[in-house]
Design a protein around this ligand. Structure first.
Ligand SMILES: Nc1ncnc2c1ncn2[C@@H]1O[C@H](COP(=O)(O)OP(=O)(O)O)[C@@H](O)[C@H]1O
Ligand SMILES: [Mg+2]
Length: 315
């Protein structure tokens, strides 16, 4: 092994990165962790880490370029930037359905508008949205309009009328949007999945304010439903190659519909997770990092999505 250093790329969060660094450094075993610091990166300059935990490159393209180069140097990057770069919520739903995971009916929409320098000739393949047809497929109103790649509930609209839908679509501007069946749920859970192996299932109240959505205690799932939710989380994370992710399920008529599973840099702040779940996350992340550094990262379930989709779906 050439290097036993672990680097963290971090966003605005404060509690999680330091807790992870402290935990890894306390465990010792020849592995140390620190915040990555980089300026202009030369192509022939090896990235000096064995593993990088990436929590921010989705917002900083320069850091995405850096972690892609790190992968080329043989560094383990969590989450893998190539799988992540290829992901969006429409594709995820297609993949999930093929793997036997229930998802809301979903439609990809042409953008409301495009950058000014994209001329009409380049859009000759694109037809206007046939709203009645799209709405019929997703079960009518209420319906969900949200970005195909997004987070933090930004530009997410639950539209109850055509007027509301039209207004939200008009306001979406250059964003790529999906239209999605609204799942009127009897229960809602959010799961943290680490290392494509460990799943924490928490009751979740989307209607509460940001800091009070995770609800500790028994999420109130029957054992068989619990088993299915856990299995679905692992199916999705193995298929998408995510070593850290959160997956939400809206449960309707006893069926867990996967709602949001494109969270490859999930909010791990103690103020959102609460102490009990925060402790679990830091422990699982530290254990995973140490294992990957010393034993290598397990291969993804398949190296191509098509390989997974051609397998018999898990039911
Ligand atoms: N299809 C849906 N049915 C019911 N509720 C939904 C649906 N899609 C989104 N929501 C609600 O909106 C919230 C934000 O949507 P989400 O897909 O998680 O966007 P973001 O990635 O911005 O967090 C979810 O936590 C959920 O409460
Ligand atoms: Mg979400």
């Amino acid at each position: 092994m050439t290097n036993e250093k672990v680097g963290l790329l971090v966003g605005r969060e404060t509690t999680f990165p330091q807790a992870l660094i402290d935990r890894i450094n306390a465990e010792g075993d020849g592995v140390s962790a620190e915040l990555v610091r980089v300026g202009a990166v030369r192509m022939d300059e090896p990235v000096p880490y064995r593993l990088i935990v990436d929590r921010i490159s989705h917002e900083v393209p320069y850091l995405r370029a850096y972690v892609k180069k790190a992968v080329a140097d043989g560094v383990i990057v969590v989450n893998n930037p190539f799988w992540w770069s290829a992901d969006d919520k429409f594709f995820e739903c297609v993949l999930a359905a093929a793997l036997g995971v229930a998802v809301p009916r979903t439609v990809i929409l042409p953008n409301r508008s495009y950058e000014a320098d994209l001329i009409d000739e380049s859009l000759r393949n694109v037809e206007p949205v046939d709203w009645p047809l799209a709405l019929d497929y997703v079960g009518g109103f209420p319906t969900v309009l949200k970005p195909a790649i997004g987070g933090g509930w930004k530009n997410v609209t639950i539209a109850r009328t055509m007027d509301e839908l039209q207004r939200a679509y008009d306001e979406s501007g250059h964003l790529l949007m999906i239209l999605q069946e609204f799942i009127a749920y009897e229960n809602y859970v959010r799961c943290v999945a680490i290392a494509r192996k460990h799943v924490l299932i928490s009751k979740y109240e989307p209607a509460n304010d940001h800091f009070n959505r995770y609800v500790t205690g028994d999420p109130g799932l029957a054992p068989s439903l619990r088993g299915r939710v856990e299995r679905d989380c692992l199916t999705l994370c193995r298929a998408l190659g995510y070593d850290m992710n959160t997956i939400e399920f809206a449960i309707r008529d006893g069926i867990p519909y996967a709602i949001d599973f494109l969270n490859p840099a999930p909010d791990f702040d103690i103020s959102s997770l609460k102490e009990e779940y925060f402790e679990w996350v830091v422990r699982q992340m530290a254990t995973m990092v140490m294992q990957y550094v010393t034993q290598g990262q397990p291969e993804p379930a398949a190296l191509r999505w098509q390989d997974l989709m051609n397998e018999v779906p898990v039911v």
